[in-house]
Design a protein around this ligand. Sequence first.
Ligand SMILES: NC(=O)c1ccc[n+]([C@@H]2O[C@H](COP(=O)([O-])OP(=O)(O)OC[C@H]3O[C@@H](n4cnc5c(N)ncnc54)[C@H](O)[C@@H]3O)[C@@H](O)[C@H]2O)c1
Length: 416
Amino acid sequence: MKKIKVGIFGARRGASMAKVFLNHPDAELTAVCDKYVPALKQMEKMARESGKEITTYESFDDFFNHDFDAVVLANYATEHVPYAIRFMASGRHVLSEVPASETMAQAVELIEAVEKTGKVYAFAENVSYSPVVFEMQRLYERGDIGEVMYAEGQYIHDSPDEFTARITYGEKEHWRFRIPPTFYCTHSIGPILTITGRRPVQVSGFVTNGADWKNGKPSGIEMVTLDNGSILRSIHGPLKREPSGCKSLIYGMKGMMETDRFDNELLHVYREGEKVCQGEFEHYKPGIQIRAGDKQLETGHGNADLGAPHYFIQRILDRPEGHKYMIDVYTGVAMSICGLLAYRSVLDGNIPVTVPNLRNKNERDAYRHDHACTTPSVASDQLLPINPIAADPLPDEYYERIRHLWLQYEQEHPLS
Ligand SMILES: NC(=O)c1ccc[n+]([C@@H]2O[C@H](COP(=O)([O-])OP(=O)(O)OC[C@H]3O[C@@H](n4cnc5c(N)ncnc54)[C@H](O)[C@@H]3O)[C@@H](O)[C@H]2O)c1
């Protein structure tokens, strides 16, 4: 059978996707693009070690003209939509990293581009495919804990200056310096939507202290009402804890289940029995459940990184598991816009904000010209402040220090 030819745009996070596509029975990695040459070299090395050859590009336009059927967007988190639209218009399928869009207008544009082109768009919310969350999805579907009443999602990853340097390279304009604290919300909201199949209808946003970035950095919180009236509390950001990690918890009408607070592989389940207030507890590690053919591919984040690329390929091949488990554009957008709208709520005194169902065509017009975000060139006269609390921008010495830390790190840990 002919393999699906894949290109990867963005070679840092993209390296994790490359690991899958270089070894997948149904896919073939053909090209990678990144203007950061050491990351390209590392990709070439990974390919050689797998006995494969790839073409690398520093220029996006040259990459765009390469022959592939599907592309991974692992480029800057605020720039997925324009590229997704361009690729789908050219006949390519798209697997997009998180979040889906930077603005509400882009969310509408993205959905309409998928509908118009008929191409496969998959959302790479990887925590939804971690073994514990995948198991929770299976248990929820089987009815083990009944319908959701309350849920929590958490993604905590501390970011001391040394780590900030590694993920921003000290570039003042890097998206990680410019996004509002509620923006990166899909690892906490996503798994709950995936497990329950519910849709968000309203959100209130909050931001912790630490917004001056001198003593800690702010985290984002979303209180989300789901379409059956249940409540989801989502928190994500750089709070103090090690190891970093995600946590999902669901209380249902017949029981509850939660991932362990510190052991990312452990799941706890309570199922009420025939008599009220009496049931059984189970504590176990579900282990790896997603396989690419008969292959056991080891991927990052506790093997959570396999599901998104694998089911993307299965969906392109029109296989039932691809239809069932791929996260489509409507769900990916729903996971992402909670963070955009939560920030409006933050700026407006934490008021509840309606989350539209953009699957419905008649709910789209209200957002078609909604460009509000923190990037001046995108927002124009709808520009939002980056920092909801501190009035002063960070001083230049801060960025200089981070840049210095990055140059030091790059020298000590060269990619090869
Ligand atoms: N799901 C996860 O667990 C996870 C983890 C990390 C990052 N991400 C997501 O992956 C994406 C990438 O993040 P990252 O951590 O790799 O950092 P990043 O955003 O700094 O890296 C993006 C890479 O794309 C390259 N790039 C961007 N525009 C380009 C252009 N026009 N031409 C050539 N190269 C270009 C940059 O040089 C850079 O190396 C983001 O969307 C982020 O949210 C997801």
